[in-house]
Ligand binder design. Sequence first.
Ligand SMILES: NC(=O)c1ccc[n+]([C@@H]2O[C@H](COP(=O)([O-])OP(=O)(O)OC[C@H]3O[C@@H](n4cnc5c(N)ncnc54)[C@H](O)[C@@H]3O)[C@@H](O)[C@H]2O)c1
Length: 442
Amino acid sequence: MKITIVGTGYVGLVTGATFSEIGHNVMCVDNDESKVKKLKRLEMPIYEEGLEDMVKRNVKAGRLSFSTSIKEGTEFATVIFIAVGTPPGYKGEANMSYVERVGREVAENMKSYRLLVEKSTVIVNTNQQLKRTMNKYLEDDIPFDVASNPEFLREGTAIKDAFHPDRIVVGVESPQGAKLLREIYEPIVTSSKCEYLEMNIASAELTKHAANSFLAMKISFINAVSRICEMTGADIKQVAHGIGLDERIGKSFLYAGVGYGGSCFPKDVDAFIRMGDEVGYSLNILKEVQKININQREHMMRKLQHELWVLEDKVIAVLGLAFKPGTDDVREAPSLYFIPQLLERKAKLKLWDPIAREKFDQIHPGLSYFKTPLECCKDADAVLILTEWPEVRNLDLKKLKDVLKVPIVIDGRNVFEPVEMEKRGFIYKCVGREPGKPIDKK
Ligand SMILES: NC(=O)c1ccc[n+]([C@@H]2O[C@H](COP(=O)([O-])OP(=O)(O)OC[C@H]3O[C@@H](n4cnc5c(N)ncnc54)[C@H](O)[C@@H]3O)[C@@H](O)[C@H]2O)c1
């Protein structure tokens, strides 16, 4: 089937490549000319494992093309996915201006039936505004449908998630819209045997915000428990394991650390709270989730400050800038909280990240980057771990100790074992775990 995807970012490009891989004929549209030029040269504007090969393969096979023109995209296909950004707006509510603009431009250019699918994360009942907008800008009485198909892929494992989703959620209100979406997803549903959920549009829209808010809540919950661990001598890893084996709770998202970041959780929790306020139900539970998240970063900063006493002129090696391993995305990453704070306190920073350097440099230009974690840590007064990249997990601890000026490791991701770090002579501060309280397994 012919499909147009408007917005060629982390979601749009992965979705476009996936749809073309399963045999559809896809046009990816983006109004960022430099991005489209890059893609036409087969250069990837983002990093995602396996993406480059898949894009190249499908472009060569003639199933995937790129354009800057919504007019071209609207003429190209009956089904048009909207995958543009929905960043935080003026008061934290989701900014729907990009979605609205796509709706308007599609309406102005369509000459026959089109199905417009919201893949971007949108506030519940966005479909109604989209329909009103389209009706205003349509020249003739041309039929159209709006549907919702929220995206659940995770950066870093996006390709795997696209082919093996836990579920596919679609919100539809017409048989024609439902049929088209079923046809698009049929190969993935058949091969992955995932659940394909059809529901009304408002439910599909709400499912996305509710899912992300729940996951953020799990992270803040375990972070809150980690604070109690620090005060009582309990160990958060053991506690998380103990509760996670309960099937009703589940093991995932129970990792204490410097808090959640990325382009989705912070903004989606915020947007969900604003939406609740607007309809007259205060989602106080999520307001607390946000507070815990911010507090967790401040707490880590206090640990660093405590160990170094004075930050001015101290050399701090920061390992990891991306909001999580496997991606170059630094949106709302913890690094964006710590690095400005450290610069303000006049610390001397050495930075390392295997792929997010370029994206980080666009926000904070002129900082010093190093090729390997060990080079980065050479002669540092302290190490601050913000992303649990494999290169950090696999660090040779003897070499690390040798290159550091002072063996202080502040670990925001609980990468190492406190007892071992202490044995090796490090001053090691992590999250919800204190050395000196090993379990006697004998
Ligand atoms: N990144 C994720 O992991 C993820 C996961 C699930 C859902 N989402 C949601 O998907 C949506 C897209 O997220 P993303 O991370 O891919 O964003 P992104 O910023 O990486 O990409 C959005 C793209 O849309 C383009 N764009 C904006 N306005 C346009 C217009 N009028 N016409 C054509 N192109 C336009 C931008 O140039 C950009 O390339 C958001 O709503 C996000 O919340 C993201």
